[in-house]
Design a protein around this ligand. Structure first.
Ligand SMILES: Cc1cc2nc3c(=O)[nH]c(=O)nc-3n(C[C@H](O)[C@H](O)[C@H](O)COP(=O)(O)O)c2cc1C
Length: 222
């Protein structure tokens, strides 16, 4: 089997998408940081996530690897995911995201509670396979969207916890990335997704922000 280090997994965090079956058999996928420790892949989901619940129940998952920011966007802010996006795993009882480039089918070796809210799974890779990929040009908009998606997950959390200064700081960063995307990738899929993301942030700030007003008017400048 392919060596996990040669794929770029290391002690630090590789951003991946973990796919599992929900308890009713429907499909789930969510971005999760994955690191490597003693040849095990380490995933640390919050206990409130479906990924935690599904991994605990089924004892397996597929780790989907991709550098396409839109896949992270589409799997983090979702209600349900279309079944056409998935195929069956070969060795484990978990689905894989067909749009990814590399798939690691893995089984749970151990589960630890690392805090009140968070758990840690050590996973053993059972099967690794990948797509042959055409080389592509480097686009700053991909990374701008990816950073914005990560910030957006925290913005929602900070707004809910009434930590408005922290939320504001991240909203400023997302606005900065949106200006960049408009400049380097006008009329692109990345620009459309950035716009959607900013609309969601604006909606959250109306629901959770102080006095139910958007906390930064600049986030409305679409
Ligand atoms: C790049 C990226 C990495 C993330 N890493 C984690 C992680 O390591 N653990 C976690 O619990 N949530 C992480 N999240 C947030 C989850 O993806 C998010 O809470 C998601 O909605 C959980 O979905 P689920 O309930 O379907 O599992 C990450 C989000 C992004 C965008």
């Amino acid at each position: 089997m392919v060596n996990l280090r040669s794929l770029g997994f290391f002690r630090g965090i590789a951003e991946c998408i973990v796919s599992t079956y929900n308890l009713d058999g429907s499909f789930n996928a969510a971005p999760m940081g994955v690191s490597l420790s003693n040849d095990n892949l380490i995933v640390r989901p919050f206990k409130a996530t479906r990924t935690y619940r599904n991994l605990k129940h089924y004892g397996c998952c597929v780790i989907n690897v991709s550098d396409r920011a839109e896949l992270f966007y589409l799997t983090v802010f979702k209600d349900s995911l279309p079944k056409e996006w998935f195929d069956k795993g070969k060795k484990v009882n978990a689905p894989r995201l067909v749009l990814a480039d590399l798939w690691i089918e893995a089984e749970v070796k151990s589960l630890d509670s690392i805090s009140q809210d968070r758990a840690q799974f050590a996973l053993e890779a059972k099967e690794i396979y990948f797509k042959l990929k055409k080389p592509k040009v480097y686009k700053r908009s991909n990374h701008a969207l990816m950073e914005s998606v990560i910030h957006a997950t925290r913005i929602k959390l900070y707004l809910k916890k009434k930590e408005y200064n922290k939320a504001n700081g991240l909203i400023n960063l997302v606005n900065h990335y949106y200006s960049l995307v408009k400049r380097v990738a006008p009329d692109s899929k990345h620009e459309r997704l950035m716009k959607e993301l900013i609309k969601s942030i604006d909606k959250w700030s109306k629901i959770y922000g102080p006095s139910k007003e958007p906390i930064l008017n600049s986030s409305l400048e679409l």
